[in-house]
Design a protein around this ligand. Structure first.
Ligand code: SAH
Length: 289
């Protein structure tokens, strides 16, 4: 927990954004955000427009927001002017705040009788350690609510025109993290089973270890001609998609240098990118999504 951000961003709506939709929400009975409680909210993959309505409501009520590195800071235009914004991620080579310190900070803020909004990239419970934070809150007797978010492994791929499932290609999908707490390829994974378990594998945090992962999958019989894509900065104006085949990865020098954050997706769903890419440059001018 190293910085407290000044929250003086532009809050005026752009002329193109009609008030129509939001005016209707004014009459909705959203759940109370009780002082002394914590809302653990998923911010979605990147574009602010991918925040859920409940998340949006929580942001508008929060006294304090504690957020992680992958959260798009544009979202803070929807907080109250006086809301306190705290960064809890890793930045500029500095080590990230320890997980236990973050959890205890949430307890501390809740005990100050604040409405505490813990904001995480994507979905808070998907490779996001949200479960650990909730365990600490539960043990401390702090009331909390979980507001799921669109995980990047699904919503981010949608921005690349890659469906996670399609009846012509796969009836299952496997989500995997490409590194463990030490940064290495996770050893706790049964790679032989993973290689053969599902026609589509979506990998988070996997770019750096991708050559090693690809080698392992090939070793256990995965087809070298299978398409694989790396989707960087999904749902953001700088989104890019790099596709190749699995067999090319171990010898590729460029793959580990691709921009991050990035998702890796292996399987025939990757081919849909050619026909279903819809997030074209003219659409990227609108940074809401
Ligand atoms: N809870 C998050 C995942 C956190 S782990 C979620 O549900 O999406 C962080 C990893 O998520 C990154 O290393 C990357 O693999 C992926 N990721 C998050 N945002 C991304 C984005 N905008 N584009 C591509 N990958 C993203």
């Amino acid at each position: 927990m190293n910085t407290t951000r000044d929250n003086k961003q532009e809050k005026t709506a752009k002329p193109g954004a009609t008030a129509r939709g939001f005016a209707r929400l004014d009459n909705e009975a959203f759940p109370d955000f009780t002082p002394g409680s914590v809302w653990l909210v998923g911010a979605g993959p990147g574009a602010p427009g991918l925040l859920t309505l409940l998340g949006f409501h929580g942001l508008a009520q929060a006294d304090v927001v504690v957020y992680d590195a992958l959260v798009n800071e544009d979202i803070f235009k929807w907080t109250q002017d006086e809301a306190q914004i705290e960064f809890a991620g890793k930045r500029g080579g500095k080590p990230s705040a320890k997980q236990q310190d973050i959890s205890l900070r949430l307890v501390e803020l809740a005990r100050e009788n604040k409405r505490v909004l813990r904001l995480k990239g994507g979905d808070p419970l998907t490779f996001g350690r949200g479960g650990e934070e909730c365990e600490t809150l539960a043990a401390a007797g702090i009331p909390f609510r979980i507001v799921p978010g669109i995980t990047s492994g699904v919503g981010g791929l949608a921005y690349a025109g890659i469906p996670t499932t399609h009846r012509d290609t796969n009836h299952s999908v496997l989500f995997l993290t490409g590194h463990d707490s030490t940064g290495d390829v996770p050893l706790g994974v049964d790679w032989e089973k993973v290689s053969n378990a599902s026609p589509v594998i979506v990998m988070y945090m996997a770019v750096r270890n991708l050559p090693k992962i690809a080698e392992t999958l090939l070793e256990f019989g995965r087809n070298p001609n299978e398409p694989i894509a790396v989707v960087s900065n999904a749902s953001l104006p700088e989104q890019s998609v790099h596709s190749t085949t699995l067999g090319q990865i171990p010898n590729s020098l460029e793959i580990v240098k691709l921009p991050t954050p990035a998702l890796v997706v292996l399987g025939n769903v990757v081919d849909f990118h050619k026909t279903l890419s819809w997030y074209v440059s003219s659409l990227r001018e609108n940074t809401l999504g």
